[in-house]
Design a protein around this ligand. Structure first.
Ligand code: NAD
Length: 315
């Protein structure tokens, strides 16, 4: 048994991590300022966790959060490319400043390791078929810059101060607790809830853009592997399925699983969005013994079921 801190634990990925850790009987602390996170994501888990409702940019909060913690799973951030295009300063504060404050707090504490949630957006529009960690990053949005800077800080804290860090570059993650109601929501919750509600989903661009959509359970498992792996320190590791699907594929499968035939509406492509994204996951397999637990189509079926049980609240 160990003590875990999940930063951003009220968010989509963070709350899935918290749930899994609680199920494993681990001791869990969450720090979240509810900037984008939701209390309902922690419903039923409150008794098993310690919650610090505060902002990680505050050094006292960060110090309290890491006290007596073995493993920090750092998910807190303001995600979304679009949000960062509209408000780059806010993304910078939440994604860079808060990460640096947290790393400083870890340095002064007995934290054994910090696992950082990074983003495939740092690859930008690399022409290669699949994104491999040795590629030179090419961020195309303020969000990608903030996530890349966080990676660099994690690496530097390992090399300068010996703080064990591992960077996990997530690709497009989806699953339960992902918010479908915000203007910044990701494509899968938007498409599923539109189709369940007999509305036409909006496709930005021609729909042929592809993503390595990854069911959240894979990311959860990867974090746990990274926390205790004896390889990969100070390194960047892709976490995804290694497969890619277009937005048209996505619509076809959602329509087929839900028994509908709803066509999309098309709108102009959005600034900062990349065209194709698929991960090379061989480094994760080699260093973390990572395996894809839930492939894309199975994850999509589970996610559709989850949104169905949420019913009208998702509209
Ligand atoms: N969802 C994806 O597809 C995806 C892809 C790549 C990387 N990531 C990364 O994974 C992590 C989790 O993403 P998510 O989709 O769960 O996002 P989310 O918005 O659901 O969760 C982020 C959480 O961080 C909290 N937070 C933000 N700023 C904070 C601060 N200053 N102090 C304390 N808490 C703060 C929010 O309230 C929220 O609960 C992020 O770091 C994100 O950049 C996500």
């Amino acid at each position: 048994m160990a003590n875990y801190l999940v930063t951003g634990g009220a968010g989509f990925i963070g709350s899935n991590l918290v749930k899994y850790l609680c199920e494993q009987g681990e001791w869990v602390r969450v720090v979240d300022n509810f900037a984008t996170g939701k209390r309902e994501n922690l419903a039923g888990l409150e008794k098993g966790i310690e919650l610090i409702e505060s902002d990680l940019r505050d050094p006292d909060t960060a110090r309290r959060a890491v006290a007596d913690i073995d493993y920090v799973l750092h998910q807190a951030a303001i995600p979304s490319v679009q949000r960062s295009v509209e408000d780059p300063l806010r993304s910078n504060e939440a994604n860079i400043t808060a990460t640096l404050v947290l790393l400083e707090a870890c340095r002064g504490a007995k934290v054994r390791r910090l696992v950082y949630a990074a983003s495939s957006s740092v690859y930008g529009d690399q022409p290669a078929d699949s994104k491999v960690e040795t590629m030179t990053p090419s961020p195309q949005s303020p969000y990608a810059i903030t996530k890349l800077t966080g990676e660099y800080y994690c690496k530097v804290y390992y090399h300068c101060y010996g703080l064990e860090t591992i960077v996990l570059r997530y690709f497009n993650v989806f699953g339960p607790n992902q918010d479908p109601t915000s203007q910044y929501s990701a494509v899968i919750p938007l498409f599923i809830t539109a189709i369940l509600n007999d509305q036409q989903p909006t496709v930005y661009g021609d729909g042929h853009q592809t993503r390595d959509f990854t069911y959240v359970e894979n990311n959860v498992r990867a974090n746990l592997l990274a926390a205790t792996a004896n390889k990969g320190l100070g390194q960047v590791i892709n976490i995804a399925c290694g497969t890619s699907y277009s937005l048209h594929d996505l619509l076809r499968i959602i329509n087929s699983v839900t028994g509908k035939q709803i066509a999309p509406i098309y709108a102009a492509p959005r600034k900062g969005d990349v065209r194709h994204s698929r991960a090379d996951i061989s480094r994760a397999q080699e260093l973390l013994a990572y395996r894809v637990e839930v492939p894309f189509e199975e994850g999509l079926r589970r996610t559709i079921e989850w949104y169905k049980t949420k019913g009208a609240n998702t509209a």
